[in-house]
Design a protein around this ligand. Structure first.
Ligand SMILES: [Zn+2]
Length: 266
């Protein structure tokens, strides 16, 4: 009898392992992975180069706006009207003095968690004026969540001001993560900048495909501005994604999270 119980236990442990290995998000139409293209800092090169390329391919991107240029308000409104996602990146992009020199009032050391949350609320007002939506995802400036040296993420979570927070780091395991189980306050991303090639970016998508997870790209400049990915390489990535539509689902960050929540892995 003991050996039968042992065998049953081993069997069930194996089943549990198998279930664990397959507990991945199921993406629309059998896609093997979701691809999320995010662009930070409301840069002109994104309006000039990225938005037309995404529109031509029929893809939607996610744009985290900070330091919005008043002259570009109409263009950002059009970006939202075409179905792209606008996200919150604060108004003034406060980072630590050491990482992102700025006016002394606009470095994160000069903030408190309360003043940071107030700024996020106010940026949501601007975003709502642009796209009419009541809620917006958030991306931490410089990947930091510090205000006066204090981490404000828990305050942000409790205040329920944003549906998710995208950071700037990932691990190889994130590409294979069950997205339904992701902590919405710690969404990973992989940054691409100078030296990025389509080959390296496609390799990131392949990594996500292997595990049924997602690849969350983080871009700044594309063909201009800073941390610049060459426009030609970005276009090659989009061309590759367009040619592999049946394998990968290109969507906004909110779109991927909403889908994963409604269709958890089995
Ligand atoms: Zn930024």
């Amino acid at each position: 009898m003991r050996s039968i119980f042992a065998a049953a236990a081993a069997c069930c442990a194996l089943l549990a392992l198998a279930n664990g290995a397959h507990a991945q998000t199921r993406w629309p139409n059998g896609a093997k992975a979701a691809v999320v293209l995010t662009y930070d800092d409301a840069l002109t090169s994104q309006l000039d180069n990225v938005v037309p390329a995404l529109d031509a391919a029929g893809f939607k991107g996610t744009f985290f706006l900070a330091n919005v240029d008043g002259a570009q308000v109409g263009r950002w409104r059009q970006v939202a009207a075409r179905g792209h996602e606008l996200g919150n990146h604060t108004i003034f992009h406060p980072c630590t003095k050491a990482s992102y020199p700025a006016d002394p009032r606009y470095v994160s050391e000069a903030y408190t968690p309360a003043s940071m949350l107030r700024e996020i609320i106010q940026q949501n007002v601007l975003l709502r004026a642009l796209d009419g939506r009541p809620r917006h995802g958030f991306a931490t400036p410089c990947g930091q969540s510090l205000a006066g040296g204090v981490d404000y993420l828990e305050d942000l979570r409790k205040a329920n001001l944003v549906p998710y927070v995208r950071g700037v780091v990932d691990t190889p395991a994130d590409a294979r993560a069950d997205v339904a189980k992701a902590d919405p306050m710690h969404i990973p991303s992989r940054g691409f900048g100078e030296g990025a090639t389509a080959e390296k970016m496609i390799a990131y998508v392949r990594e996500a495909e292997q595990g049924g997870g997602w690849a969350v790209f983080l871009f700044h400049g594309v063909g201009g501005d800073y941390l610049t990915v060459p426009d030609a390489e970005h276009r090659k990535l989009l061309d590759w994604l367009a040619a592999h539509r049946s394998e990968v689902w290109v969507t906004t960050l909110q779109g991927a999270l909403d889908w994963a929540k409604a269709h958890p892995g089995r």
